[in-house]
Design a protein around this ligand. Structure first.
Ligand code: NAD
Length: 454
């Protein structure tokens, strides 16, 4: 790993024409390998809904590549301008330059997407790349390694497979940038390791993304969108709704609407191909454990079917008004459990959110522009989605990233290009210039000119 990095560091950045060729080839290879990819992810999860993989692992990545190809010429252009008039006729310019070798560390929940999207940004910016995919989805990681070897030479993109020890060693490499996607806890470790080399980091982390429902908003409409966002990939999405805040008068209507929607979408969750499994037994155990300490009346399974012990599926489950110091309200859920908390009004809901770490996304259902503005300006979150869940991630030109505990820096589209580039500023002095004025000895005339210029 170390020798390979040293070798790659000695190599020049990828020229623009090569970046374009590689990105086109990457898109082609993703298309031709899509069945394999979807199959591998499903094997790793024991079952992942095929259409979810189609959308989240294939479609979004292809859109990101297309967007990069459409804009790469414009992104890579030099920006020039005349310098400050006092330095006339000199010129200034900014050249976007590849940082060097970028490290990508990815989690298991969207194991293809969260490698490919950062890779697109890194390649568009001309970097060479080292990748450490997740050890929790080994079949997908193998498939990715094989697929990427069809597009890139090892000196362009190098994939490292291995466990947490390997990941730890990876994050200690003197890389020129690390884009890490994963938990807040591991993000801190990676940042600590990277700081030893002063390697800059983009941290795409997790946390609890709240849903806030305004009293004016049609409850059934909100329920449809929440069910789609929450139980996509069985809640194993960094921006999945983590809990709902709703006013007391709307509470019962909302619970009924969610129940109805879940029945419609996943009538027989255990055998339903549209419903994804929990990734492994230890996460299944973690999620079951999260329910301990709650009263039976607080836990509302939304399926009539008992859990099938033979598979890793957990039913969609609501948790009604759990204590705010219960682990279900303190840890990121990252699974198909959804607490609903009743609040008095919009102000108390905003206060509830602001008392907690900054979420990755805040969802607000409202048709009231004043309320939308209030939530936008009075809360802090990586992103804010109005009247919809998840799809803001799929807007390839829209920066994606957290703030505070949910992350540092952002990427996607131009923002990804900027994150992976060094914006090198260059100053061109002109052959004829007035620079002598600011050079000692400071004669009376120079002093007067300097006073006039100030
Ligand atoms: P994780 O933090 O356990 O692992 C992420 C990566 O870090 C993996 O590649 C793993 O090999 C590596 N890693 C694990 N322990 C390490 C250590 N001690 N030192 C160095 N590297 C280590 O996360 P996960 O369980 O794979 O993914 C779930 C988390 O990721 C959730 O918190 C979720 O919210 C978050 N996530 C965030 C985004 C985002 O875009 N912000 C997207 C998906 C997932």
């Amino acid at each position: 790993m170390k020798q390979q990095l040293e070798k790659m560091k000695k190599m020049p950045p990828l020229p623009l024409a090569q970046r374009v060729t590689l990105l086109k080839k990457l898109a082609q290879t993703i298309k031709s390998n899509q069945t394999k990819i979807i199959h591998a992810v499903s094997q790793d999860f024991s079952h992942r809904c095929q259409q979810e993989s189609q959308m989240a692992e294939i479609m979004v990545c292809l859109d990101e590549i297309k967007h990069a190809l459409n804009h790469i010429k414009q992104w890579t252009q030099t920006r020039t301008w005349h310098a400050n008039w006092k330095f006339f006729p000199s010129k200034c310019a900014v050249y976007p330059q590849a940082k060097g070798v970028v490290g990508i560390m990815a989690p298991w929940n969207y194991p293809v997407n969260l490698v490919i999207e950062p890779l697109v940004a890194a390649i568009a910016a001309g970097n060479r790349v080292m990748i450490k995919p997740s050890e929790i989805t080994p079949k997908t990681s193998e498939t990715l390694k094989h697929m990427l070897s069809e597009v890139f030479s090892e000196n362009e993109v190098y994939v490292v497979l291995g466990d947490v020890k390997v990941a730890d060693a990876f994050s200690r490499l003197p890389l020129d940038h690390i884009l890490f996607t994963g938990s807040t806890q591991v993000g801190k470790i990676v940042m600590r390791n990277a700081s030893e080399n002063l390697t800059p980091v983009t941290l795409e982390l997790g946390g609890k993304s709240p849903v806030l429902i305004d009293d004016d908003y049609p409850v059934m409409k909100a329920a449809k969108s929440i069910v789609q966002g929450k139980w996509f990939n069985a809640g194993q999405t960094c921006i999945a709704p983590d809990y709902i805040l709703v006013s007391k008068p709307k509470f019962k209507e909302l619970v009924d609407a969610i129940k109805q929607q879940v029945k419609l979408c996943y009538p027989d969750f255990a055998t339903n191909n549209d419903y994804s499994a929990v990734v492994n037994l230890s996460h299944l155990q973690r999620l079951k454990q999260l329910l301990s300490g709650l009263e039976d009346s607080q836990v509302m399974s939304l399926s009539d079917q008992a859990q099938n012990q033979a598979n890793q599926k957990l039913p969609p489950t609501l948790i009604v008004n759990p204590p705010t110091n219960h682990p279900v309200m303190e840890q990121e859920i990252f699974g198909p459990l959804l607490p609903i908390i009743t609040t008095d009004n919009l102000d108390s809901a905003i206060a509830f959110i602001n008392q907690r770490p900054n979420p990755l996304t805040l969802y607000f259902y409202s048709n009231n522009q004043k309320h939308i503005q209030k939530v936008r300006t009075q809360t802090r979150s990586g992103s804010l989605a109005i009247n919809e869940t998840l799809v803001h991630f799929a807007q390839e030109g829209l920066p994606f990233g957290g703030i505070g505990a949910s992350g540092m820096g952002s990427y996607h589209g131009y923002q990804g290009f900027v994150a992976m580039s060094h914006m090198k500023s260059v100053y061109y002095q002109s052959r004829l210039n007035f620079n002598g004025i600011v050079r000692a000895p400071y004669t009376q005339l120079k002093k007067r000119i300097l006073r006039l210029m100030s």
